[in-house]
Design a protein around this ligand. Structure first.
Ligand SMILES: [Zn+2]
Length: 139
C-alpha cells in the first residue's frame, strides 16, 4: 500500500466524481478519506495521551521537594521518598533510595547520599550564643 497524505481536495474530488457519474471511483475515494480520518483520529488520541503524560509530570513536579541532596514527593495526604536526585535530574525517573545505617543508596546509579545529622547534632556544634544581660528598665 502506498503512503497517502491527507488532502482536503479529496472532498472536492469526490463531489466532482459523483457529478461526472463516476460513482465507483467516488466510492473508492470516500474509502480512502475514511481511512485518512481514522489515521488522524488515532494520531490525535496518541497526542492527547502524550499531553496528559506531560501534565501529570508537571503536577508531580509541583509536589517535589528537594532537601539539598534528595527529592521527596509531598502530596497533601502523604510524603514519600526519598528519591535519587541524580537519576531524576538525568533521566527524569524516580528511584526510591534504599535506607542504610548512615546513608541512602540508589540501586540504579549506585550513588550514596550521606544522612544529614539530626537537628540536635547541628545544634550542639553551633557556637554558644552569648547571653545578654537583661535590660534594665529602671535604675
Ligand atoms: Zn540514582
Amino acid at each position: 500500500m502506498k503512503k497517502r497524505s491527507i488532502h482536503a481536495t479529496n472532498f472536492r474530488k469526490v463531489l466532482e466524481l459523483f457529478r461526472d457519474e463516476r460513482g465507483q471511483e467516488a466510492e473508492k475515494l470516500l474509502k480512502i478519506i475514511q481511512e485518512d480520518y481514522l489515521e488522524l483520529y488515532n494520531e490525535n488520541k496518541e497526542l492527547r495521551s502524550q499531553i496528559k503524560e506531560v501534565a501529570d509530570i508537571l503536577d508531580l513536579a509541583e509536589c517535589m521537594e528537594f532537601d539539598g541532596q534528595k527529592y521527596w514527593i509531598d502530596e497533601e495526604t502523604e510524603k514519600t521518598g526519598p528519591y535519587c536526585q541524580v537519576c531524576y535530574d538525568k533521566d527524569g525517573v524516580l528511584i526510591r533510595l534504599q535506607e542504610r545505617e548512615k546513608h541512602w543508596e540508589c540501586y540504579s546509579c549506585e550513588n550514596l547520599f550521606v544522612k544529614i545529622p539530626t537537628g540536635n547534632i547541628i545544634h550542639k556544634s553551633r557556637p554558644k550564643k552569648e547571653s545578654k544581660p537583661p535590660l534594665r528598665l529602671f535604675s
